[in-house]
Design a protein around this ligand. Structure first.
Ligand code: C2E
Ligand code: MG
Ligand code: MG
Ligand code: MG
Length: 286
């Protein structure tokens, strides 16, 4: 009987699922050591004003390079880190690293708004606001130049705890961005009820957006709705001049995407910013 049960248990997993579970398990093991082995680094993607194209800020994005696996994308390892209980430590590392980088840039004459992604699991702990405040005050970065990005998963998994943290963060002067807008559920109710300042339209709505087609009308509706709620609108995944021109016509406030720049290491940012400001970067005039 137990043999049969054993066989049945194994049959719950297809070979693909078995492989996926195994590699998640393996990844979790590697992730345990990644911090102490210094395998993480941050990259930064510029965000510009859609209308005058000035550089406004950067979004900090985590990168993991394992000696054997190579670069593992955050889309793959962050869920594993969350399940393995490692996201708090990794998130804390990323927060400290990126705040220090922003302070360095500022001290070299370039003040940028810094946006950091915080995952749903981190919000569940209930001390996000305190952690952010501690790092900002220790490193000496003004809360006014700091943005927390979160996804609606945070509201679905722990609405009250998340909202309490957002209220505290905003009282400090930190601004809140809802990320990947349009990809999940219950969008309208949470943007009405939660403490938000910025709405980031998901890349899937932006890539190839054309203001004359339905894609453009959808983006315009999101922009108008956001503005009616006093939210600033950032477009993600702007890949072409046409995307950027459409977004300008649609009234979008800010943009980021490969058309402006790919995420880059901290030590390349100032040089990029200088070249960009000098008009050396080949962004077509609108
Ligand atoms: P996100 O916060 O929505 O970040 C935007 C993602 O879109 C980034 O992917 C960025 O590299 C990519 N991207 C930017 N412009 C373009 C474009 O023009 N075209 C295309 N195709 N992609 C573009 P990345 O770096 O792989 O990050 C994926 C997700 O992982 C992020 O989505 C965020 O949810 C999460 N993540 C990244 N870093 C962190 C972190 O430090 N902490 C947490 N909790 N999550 C993070
Ligand atoms: Mg983000
Ligand atoms: Mg996003
Ligand atoms: Mg995303």
């Amino acid at each position: 009987h137990s043999k049969e049960q054993g066989r049945n248990t194994i049959c719950f997993f297809s070979p693909e699922q078995h492989q996926a579970a195994l590699s998640r398990y393996r990844l979790a093991g590697y992730l345990q050591q990644a911090l102490e082995r210094n395998e993480f680094h941050m990259v930064y993607q510029p965000q510009i004003d859609v209308h005058d194209q000035r550089l406004i800020g950067v979004e900090a994005l985590l990168r993991w390079e394992h000696p054997e696996l190579g670069v593992v994308s955050p889309g793959t390892f962050i869920p594993v880190a969350e399940d393995a209980g490692l996201i708090d430590a990794i998130g804390q590392w990323g927060l400290e690293r990126s705040v220090r980088d922003a302070v360095d840039w500022r001290d070299q004459g370039v003040s940028l708004k810094l946006a950091v992604n915080v995952s749903a699991r981190e919000f569940q702990r209930g001390d996000v606001a305190e952690r952010v405040q501690a790092v900002l005050s220790r490193e000496g970065l003004s809360p006014e130049s700091f943005v927390v990005e979160l996804t609606e998963t945070c509201f679905m998994q722990s609405a009250d705890t998340t909202e309490q943290a957002l209220v505290k963060l905003r009282r400090q002067g930190v601004r809140i961005a809802i990320d990947d807008f349009g990809t999940g559920f219950s969008s309208l109710s949470y943007i009405r009820n939660m403490s938000l300042d910025i709405l980031k339209i998901d890349r899937s709505f932006i890539t190839g957006v054309d203001s004359s087609g339905t894609g453009g009308q959808l983006v315009r509706a999101i922009v108008d709705m956001s503005h009616a709620m006093q939210l600033e609108v950032v477009a993600e995944g702007v890949e072409t001049t046409d995307d950027l021109m459409a977004l300008q016509r649609l009234g979008c406030d800010q943009a980021q995407g490969y058309h402006v720049a790919r995420p880059m290491p901290a030590d390349e940012l100032l040089q990029w910013a200088a070249a960009y400001a000098a008009g050396k970067k080949a962004i077509s005039p609108l």
